[in-house]
Design a binder for this molecule. Structure first.
Ligand SMILES: *Cc1c(COP(=O)(O)O)cnc(C)c1O
Length: 414
């Protein structure tokens, strides 16, 4: 009979410490070839041509958007998005408190006031919570599809339309996730995807911005793509055309080698996604049999499975560290309790914005950091994150993770 002694109690770990976990992104000869080809072709592209144009065209077309702008990071693409909408000091933007902070931090460089909004049981902001935060100063809503689980875009879009607010999406966890069959990033006025090393489509570093609005696109271009690209693309008769040479004075061009990697990954993505879906299916099958686990609601959506998230029921939250510790001892080293992605209203930058941005903020008018955010807090304290993989050969490690999870969770149950 198999010995079920936990590794923490001296048993045999499911995965030996010598076992090599797959790295993300998985680099192989196909990627090497496109990078080398790009290296000999061009390592700096001034306008919308070559690999930049190729990737932007494909990405925009897939999302049925007119304009795409690659950037050197997702964070800068988010900053560009806020600048492109002409947001002003004093304007309010309703944003999730539960998100990676880079969704919200660029608002501060615009002098805009982030108005934090609580999370629902899936970790996402919801139409009902958004409505509570709308004031006369509200100009926009930004949503993040957390961990690749999609926000209720029908309800959120109706709130935005009803109140005449701009709608932005941070899709950095959710490349090609769908809400009712429609890709995220195509619901609002503009959207951004990070292409950073961990993300489902990556070039190592990078970001991309999409919009249908010509005026927003012109401003986005001026924000970080001055001279050639602006001269090529801003119409002669546009009122901002005269600024084409300098733009706004910042430079955020993406690196062609990074884009060549992301471009290959975009091509391979459907195949990778199939394997991520398979991982999620297997996790679901196993985890749904434990009473102390609460499954994420995936109604109406196709998640990206950037990660697979499950929650411990309230009585088990105090055991979370111990459970994850036991899984780590079994060699499941990529099981994680997300730390830096958490409630933003607790961060010093948002509690005391006047220290680093004295030009915009004062102590007399703090952000809404003292409101209650029970949903975000609860979600943050109860989730465990599992990795998903992308290639057929990764079925081996998936099998080991399923075995390790079963071993530890059966013990917790008993
Ligand atoms: C990664 C990420 C960002 C920032 O993107 P970078 O490319 O790392 O600058 C922003 N928002 C979310 C939700 C992210 O996951």
């Amino acid at each position: 009979m198999k010995d079920n002694t936990l590794a923490v109690n001296g048993g045999q770990p499911v995965i030996a410490s010598s076992y090599k976990h797959p790295q993300w992104p998985v680099i192989d000869n196909e990627y090497e070839q496109v990078v080398v080809a790009q290296l000999y072709n061009s390592v700096s592209i001034y306008n919308r041509s070559g690999i930049i144009e190729e990737f932007e065209d494909k990405f925009a077309k897939l999302h049925d958007k007119k304009y795409a702008l690659l950037c050197n990071s997702g964070t800068n693409a988010l900053w560009t998005m806020y600048v492109s909408a002409g947001l002003m000091p004093g304007d309010e933007v309703i944003c999730p408190t539960y998100t990676f902070f880079a969704t919200n931090t660029p608002l501060l460089s615009c002098g805009v006031k982030p108005v934090f909004c609580d999370a629902n049981e899936s970790g996402n902001i919801s139409a009902s919570e958004i409505e509570k935060k709308i004031t006369k100063k509200t100009k926009a809503i930004v949503v993040t599809h957390m961990w690749g689980y999609v926000c209720d875009m029908d309800a959120i879009k109706s709130v935005a339309d009803e109140h005449g607010l701009l709608l932005f999406e941070d899709c950095s966890h959710a490349h090609f996730a769908k809400w009712n069959g429609q890709y995220v990033g195509s619901f609002g006025d503009a959207a951004v995807w990070s292409l950073q090393g961990q993300k489902n489509i990556t070039g190592g570093e990078g970001g991309i911005y999409l919009t249908n609005n010509e005026d927003m696109y012109v401003r986005a271009n001026l924000h970080g793509h001055y001279n050639k690209r602006c001269k090529d693309e801003i119409p002669e008769n546009h009122e901002l055309r005269e600024f084409a040479v300098t733009g706004m004075g910042l430079k955020m061009r993406s690196h062609p080698l990074a884009v060549s990697i992301a471009n290959k990954m975009l091509e391979k993505h459907p195949e990778y996604q199939e394997m991520r879906n398979y991982c999620a299916e297997k996790y679901e099958e196993l985890l749904s049999s434990y009473d102390f686990i609460e499954m994420q609601n995936t109604e109406n959506m196709q998640p990206s499975w950037y990660a697979y998230i499950f929650k411990l029921r309230p009585e088990y939250i105090t055991k979370r560290e111990e459970i994850v510790g036991m899984l780590h001892s079994e060699g499941l080293i990529e099981v994680d309790i997300p730390g830096s992605t958490g409630p933003n209203h607790q961060l010093p930058l948002f509690k005391k914005p006047w220290v680093l941005f004295p030009q915009f903020y004062t102590e007399d008018e703090p952000f809404n950091v003292n409101d209650d955010y029970p949903g975000a807090q609860q979600f943050y304290e109860s989730i465990i994150k599992l990795p998903t993989w992308t290639r057929a050969e990764h079925k081996e490690i998936l099998g080991k993770y399923l075995e390790g999870l079963k071993k530890v969770l059966d013990y917790v149950k008993s």
